[in-house]
Design a binder for this molecule. Structure first.
Ligand code: ATP
Length: 379
C-alpha cells in the first residue's frame, strides 16, 4: 500500500467563450498509507476531477501528485499501480464473474479463451502463473462472497453483486491505491447501507489506501477515516468526520454535513446575545470572546428544544410540519428567524399538532458562529 500527496493541485478547463475555468483549485492533501479518505461535496465541486487526476485519467494542470513520495504527474494511468472502481461497474458482459475478476491478473493473454483456460487449468495454460491466478481469484471470491457466482455472467447478477465483482477485480491485482467514484449510487437504499458496511470491513482487512468519492454526506461520514469536504474546486475542511460535524470549519461545511442540516441564521452578535429580525437570545460564556459583529448563528436540529410560546429566551414560532420517523420526529417551525428544524424524541412530540405555536430555544454551548457569506469561517 502507499501514501498519496497532492500539493497545490489544480485543473483548468476551457470554459465558454474561451475563458479558463478552474475546476480544482490549489488542492493540498496528504493521504496516509492505509487510510480511507473520502472526497465529498455537491455536484460540480471538483471531487471526480480530483480523483481522475490521481488515477491518471485526467492531466494535472497545476501542482504535484506523488505516490509514496515519487512524483507521478507524467506517469501513465496503467503504470501508477492504481485500481479504479466506477459507479457503473464497467464489467465485461461477455465474461463470467471469475473471468472478470481474473481479467486484471491475466497480463499476457487477454482473450477470453485464455482466461477460460487459466481458470479451468486446461491445455497450455497449466503453468505456474495460471495456478497463481486461479488461487488469487478463489481467494478474492471468498473474501467477497462471490464463490457461488463464479460461472454467472454480469447480466445474471443483482446490482449489489455486480458491484462486488467490480471490487473483486480491483482487489485481485493488489494495487498500491484504490480509487472509488460513487460506487454505490446505482444501488437501492438498503443495499447501499449493506454494501458500505462491507466496504468498511473490507478496508480493515486489506489495510488499503482508498480514495473514495461521493456526494452523499452520510455515506462519506460512515466510511471516512479522513473526510475532505469540497466546494467550488476547493477543500473546505480536511478532518475526521466527527470533527467536521462538531467543529465545522466554515458555514458551507456546517450546512453540508449532518441530516437534517444545521439551522443557520444571519444576524448580529450584540453584547453576548445573538439578534436577528429584532429577536435576541443570549449565547452564554462560550461566545463571550467574540466582539460585536455581523455573523451567522448555527445550531443543529437535535440541539433545539421546544418550550411554551412566550417563555423568556425563546423565539416564538408556529409548527409548519411534523415528520414522524418512528423513534424521533422532525419538526419544521416558522419563526422571525425563518424556518427552523427541530429533531426531537418521538415521545416528546406526541401531543404536538401542525399549526400550533411553540417557543424555540437551543443549547447555547453547542451553538456555532460564522463570518457572513456562503463559506464564512468559523468564529
Ligand atoms: P458530480 O458529483 O456531478 O460528478 P463532481 O464534484 O465530481 O460532480 P467534477 O466532475 O469534478 O465534479 O466537475 C467539476 C467541474 O468541472 C464541473 O463544473 C464540471 O462541469 C467541470 N468539468 C468536468 N469535466 C470537464 C471537461 N472535460 N470540460 C470542461 N469542464 C469540465
Amino acid at each position: 500500500m502507499a501514501n498519496v500527496t497532492l500539493t497545490k493541485v489544480g485543473k483548468l478547463y476551457e470554459g465558454d467563450g474561451g475563458a479558463t475555468f478552474r475546476a480544482v483549485d490549489a488542492v493540498d492533501l496528504a493521504i496516509n498509507d492505509g487510510e480511507f479518505c473520502v472526497l465529498v461535496g455537491p455536484s460540480g465541486c471538483g471531487k471526480s476531477t480530483t480523483l481522475r487526476m490521481i488515477a491518471g485519467l485526467e492531466e494535472i494542470s497545476e501542482g504535484d501528485l506523488a505516490i509514496d513520495g515519487v512524483r507521478v504527474n507524467d506517469v501513465t494511468a496503467k503504470d501508477r499501480d492504481i485500481a479504479f472502481v466506477f459507479q457503473n461497474y464497467a464489467l465485461y458482459p461477455h465474461l463470467t464473474v471469475g473471468e472478470n475478476v481474473a481479467f486484471g491478473l491475466e497480463t499476457r493473454r487477454t482473450h477470453r479463451s485464455a482466461l477460460v483456460a487459466t481458470l479451468t487449468g486446461a491445455g497450455a495454460a497449466r503453468s505456474e502463473e495460471s495456478a497463481a491466478i486461479r488461487a488469487r481469484v478463489a481467494e478474492v471470491s471468498k473474501t467477497l462472497g462471490l464463490d457461488a457466482l463464479l460461472h454467472r455472467y454480469p447480466r445474471e447478477l443483482s446490482g449489489g453483486q455486480r458491484q462486488r465483482v467490480a471490487v473483486g477485480r480491483a482487489i485481485a491485482r493488489d494495487p498500491k491505491v484504490f480509487l472509488f467514484d460513487e460506487p454505490l449510487s446505482n444501488l437501492d437504499a438498503r443495499l447501499r447501507i449493506e454494501t458500505r458496511t462491507e466496504l468498511r470491513m473490507l478496508h480493515r482487512r486489506l489495510a488499503a489506501t482508498i480514495v473514495y468519492v461521493t456526494h452523499d454526506q452520510e455515506e462519506a461520514m460512515t466510511l471516512a477515516d479522513r473526510l475532505v469536504v469540497m466546494h467550488k474546486g476547493r477543500i473546505q475542511q480536511n478532518a475526521s468526520a466527527q470533527e467536521c460535524y462538531e467543529r465545522p470549519a466554515n458555514r458551507f461545511v456546517a450546512g453540508f454535513i449532518g441530516t437534517p442540516p444545521m439551522n443557520i441564521i444571519d444576524g448580529n452578535l450584540k453584547a453576548g446575545a445573538f439578534v436577528a429580525n429584532g429577536v435576541s437570545i443570549a449565547l452564554g460564556a462560550e461566545h463571550a470572546r467574540i466582539s460585536d459583529r455581523v455573523c451567522a448563528l448555527g445550531f443543529r436540529p437535535d440541539r433545539v428544544r421546544l418550550v411554551a410560546p412566550n417563555e423568556p429566551a425563546s423565539v416564538a414560532a408556529s409548527i409548519a410540519a411534523l415528520e414522524r420517523l418512528g423513534d424521533r420526529t422532525d419538526v419544521a417551525l416558522d419563526s422571525p428567524w425563518g424556518r427552523v428544524i427541530a429533531r426531537l424524541d418521538a415521545d416528546a412530540t406526541r401531543g404536538l399538532r401542525e399549526g400550533e405555536t411553540a417557543g424555540i430555544t437551543f443549547d447555547a454551548a453547542h451553538a456555532h458562529l460564522f463570518e457572513p457569506g456562503e463559506c464564512g469561517a468559523r468564529l
